[in-house]
Design a protein around this ligand. Structure first.
Ligand SMILES: [Zn+2]
Length: 429
């Protein structure tokens, strides 16, 4: 027998209109109900960022949010199957959306980490046959199961740290079949209910191939895109001096449209090489890195509606220019924060750390950084169904170990996440 939890006394956040006494329709039976939330970070754009509601409740019906707002407005029924969570005054925030990772790789590069710390540059390491080439050699030799097994451990760590949606790129295959194996491994992770939801990106233009680059590019354009399209939502390219040029990247991104693949660009990371301008010109969903983008680039991204994805972990490890968080916001662009999780420049699964670095190095306020790690990440993946805690959206939420959402960035290097709710299910207690 379903029991009704409190009558609605007002609209609240998404509580709907106040009911007419005596004529209320039956309340939704919640499949999951979180009560006694101290601070609920909704991301509601009608409230000051990040949209905090004090003394709140969150309810899901299936994978969707049925209610998110003040306890006084809660109007859902509970039944025998309702999972009830008492937050005991802890904060609840949206699940993190990590919009840029290279999660599927084999091999490891700890020696290179030490070399770099000793002063060797990314380019010097690459010239010695290290760097991305060593990852490509190991990854291209792996089976789909090898790749999925290695990536699964990283994805589990991500979930424990609160990531409920992760984008995963290929890019370490450099032959058509090896790239497809990476995408298949990434999709296999996404089918597992206790791991983050996965969005896949085909990244054929990453490191340079061993053979002829023109031949390789033609192969990508004429075979790769068609073969990868059923396995990926996006196409991406490393537009950089010493990697792939603007013209080559533009051919890829334009050709990809016919296959339904939306564009992303690794843009202006280590030099001002034109990637941001390209992303704006082709109407990409996101331009990522941006460490060397100038103000004109950032304005162009804003005007074109391209989200800027900042990767402050990679910026910190490489020791270059800080990511332009403040300048992006001033230009009017959407900002996302992501880990760039990869074996070379940033082996990190932690979105809480990216929030901290977004504040410490990219000029963001804590509220802007948290928004960038949630709603911003969703925007950078073209997903309008997540990243905020509002009725009707996917119920991806984190019960924190602390009553203060500010602790996400303030408590440096810690994991603030106690419980993870993904698609309305409690996947980590
Ligand atoms: Zn990347």
């Amino acid at each position: 027998m379903a029991a009704r939890r409190r009558m609605a006394t007002g609209g609240g956040i998404g509580g709907g209109q106040p009911g007419v006494t005596g004529e209320r329709k039956p309340a939704v039976v919640a499949s999951l109900l979180v009560t006694n939330i101290g601070q609920l970070v909704t991301g509601d754009p009608r409230l000051p960022a990040p949209g905090v509601v004090e003394g709140a409740a969150l309810a899901a019906s299936g994978d969707r949010i049925a209610y998110a707002g003040p306890t006084s407005g809660l109007d859902v029924a509970t039944g025998p199957d309702t999972i009830e969570v008492d937050a005991h005054g802890a904060a609840v925030i949206p699940g993190f959306v990590d919009a840029h990772t290279h999660l599927v790789w084999l091999g490891e590069r700890s020696e290179e980490y030490a070399l770099r710390a000793g002063g060797a540059s990314y380019e010097e390491i690459a010239e010695k046959g290290g760097g991305i080439r060593s990852t490509v050699a190991a990854t291209a030799a792996g089976t789909v199961e090898d790749l999925a097994t290695a990536a699964r451990e990283r994805a589990r760590r991500m979930l424990r740290l609160g990531t409920t949606t992760v984008e995963i790129k290929s890019g370490y295959g450099q032959s058509l079949e090896a790239e497809l194996r990476q995408l298949r491994a990434a999709r296999a992770l996404g089918e597992q209910a206790d791991l983050p939801d996965v969005v896949t990106t085909y990244l054929p233009l990453h490191g340079l191939p061993d053979g002829d680059r023109v031949e390789y590019l033609e192969g990508v354009l004429h075979e790769g895109l068609r073969a990868a399209a059923p396995l990926a939502g996006f196409v991406d390219c490393f537009c950089e001096t010493g990697a792939w040029g603007v013209d080559e990247c533009e051919r890829l991104l334009v050709a990809a449209r016919e296959h339904g693949l939306r564009a992303k660009v690794h843009a202006d990371q280590r030099s001002h090489s034109g990637g941001s301008a390209l992303a704006a010109r082709v109407g990409a969903v996101s331009a990522d890195h941006l460490d060397h983008a100038d103000d004109e680039d950032l304005r162009a991204l804003a005007v074109a509606g391209v989200a800027g994805v900042l990767l402050p972990g990679a910026s910190m490890v490489l020791g270059g220019a800080p990511p332009p968080g403040r300048r992006l916001l001033e230009a009017g662009a959407t900002v996302a924060l992501a880990t760039d999780c990869n074996p070379g420049t940033c082996w990190c699964e932690s979105m809480p750390l990216m929030v901290a670095l977004g504040v410490a190095t990219a000029g963001l306020t804590p509220a802007e950084a948290l928004t960038a790690a949630t709603a911003g990440g969703a925007a950078a993946l073209g997903l309008s169904d997540r990243g905020r805690l509002l009725p009707g959206l996917r119920c991806d939420a984190l019960v924190l170990e602390t009553p203060r959402w500010l602790d996400v960035g303030y408590h440096l290097g810690a994991n603030p996440v106690a419980q993870v709710i993904a698609a309305g299910r409690l996947v980590r207690r």
